[in-house]
Design a protein around this ligand. Sequence first.
Ligand code: UDX
Length: 443
Amino acid sequence: MARISVIGTGYLGVTHAACMASLGHDVVALDVDEAKVTSLAAGIVPFHEPGLPELLQESLASGKINFTTSWADLAAQADVHFLCVGTPQSPESPAADLSQIQSAIRSLAPLLTKPCLIVGKSTVPVGTAQWISDYLVANSPAGNDVHLVWNPEFLREGFAVQDTLHPDRIVLGIKNEADVSTLTDIYATALSGDTPLVVTDYATAELVKVAANAFLATKISFINAFAYLADEVGADVSTLADAIGHDTRIGRRFLNAGIGFGGGCLPKDIRALRARATELGLSEHFEFLKNVDEVNKSRRDYVVELAIRNLGSIAGKTIAILGAAFKPDSDDIRDSPALDIALLLAKGGANVRMHDPVALPQVLTRNLPILAIENVEEVFDGADLVLHLTEWKLYRELDPQSISKRVANKVIIDGRNCLDLALWSNAGWQVTYLGKPGSQAAL
Ligand code: UDX
C-alpha cells in the first residue's frame, strides 16, 4: 500500500483522500485552512456529498487518514503527493487563477529531499504541468528525482465517491515510463475492473479534462438552442433529444434542455479554455465556446422573461422557487442558474421565497434579498408563480393537489422539464416547460 498525501481539501481533495484511505492506502491530507482541517479530522465534511461523511469516518476510525496544516508533516509522511487544490476563475479575467497551485508547489518543493512522485489532479490550462515539473526539478533538493504525473479528475458532484472509486477512465500524462506502475498500483482496484487506462503526455492529459467539460457544456447549450426553436415553432425538445439520442454517435445524456449548466466546473472551464486558446493565438477556433457560454447564460434571462410574460409585471409579486443548488444531490451554489434567476427576480422587485433541501445554509451565508424557507410546503404560501429550478427528487414527489390551497395562482414554470404534466394539470395547474408544445413558453 502506498504512502499518499493529498494537497487541498476541497471537493476533489477530501473525496480523493477518503477514497484512497478506503482502499487501504495511508493518507495524509493538507489544507492551509485550519478550521477545515479541524472539522475534517473530526469526521465532518463541510459540504454535501452523499456517502462521503461515512467513508471519511470509517477511514478516520481505521487510522488510514489524518489531516494536517504542516507541509513538513506532509512531506515526511508520503512518497506520492496528489495536488488537488482549486483553480477557480480569476476575479479579473476569464482565465484560471493558478495562485493555489503556485503556492502549494512553492511550499512543497524545498521539502522534497527524497525521490517522490507529484500527481496533478487539478484542472489546469495546458502547459501548466510542464511548468510545475520544471519548477520542482529546479527548486527541490531531490532535483531530477522529483517526478510529475498529470492525472485529471472527472468526478461529478453528487457522485463523487462512485466516480473516484469507479472512474470512466484513468488518464496519466507522464514523462517517465517508470511512474506508470506507481499509479497503476494505487488504482489497482479500479483497473482490475473495467476502467480503461490511457497513458499519454502532459499536454494531452491536461487537455482531456477541459475537452470533456467543453464537450458536455456544448451538448447542453446545443439542446438549449433547440429549445428556443421548439418554443418558436411548437416542437417538443425532449422528444427531439430522445430521438437524436438513439443515435449512439450522439447519445442521450447531457441533452436535457432547461435553465442550463452551472457549478464550479463547466462554466469556468470553458472560459479558461477559451482564454488559453486565445493566448496561443487560436481564439477564432474556440469562438464557439463563447456562444456556448452565451446560450447558457441567456436561459436564465429567458425564465425571467417568461415570469414577466406570465405575471404582467413581477414587481411586488410573490414567486416561490424550488431549488438553489446548481444540480440535485449537491449544496453547491457556485454559478447556480437557480440562484441567478432568483436574484434577477428579486432585482425586478419580486418577493422571492426559496426552498432547497440542503443548499439553504449556503444561500444564507451570502445575505441575499431572498426569503429562505426550510419547509417545502411553506415555500408555496401566497405564491403568484412557482419556479422549479433544481431537479431534486423531493420536488418530483410533491402532491400538487395539496399544494394548491397554499398558492395564489396555480402556475408553475418547470425549468428542468421533468415534472409530471398529467399529475400537475389534473390538479388544475398551468405548467410551462421550456421547449415543449402547448406550454406557455411556446405561445
Ligand atoms: C462536471 C463534469 O460532469 C465532471 O466530469 C467534471 O469532473 C466536473 O464538472 P459537475 O459540475 O458535478 O461535473 O456537474 P454535471 O453533472 O456535469 O452538471 C453540470 C450542470 O449541467 C448542472 O447545472 C446540470 O444541471 C446541468 N445539466 C446537465 C443540464 O442542464 N442538462 C443536462 O442534460 C445535464
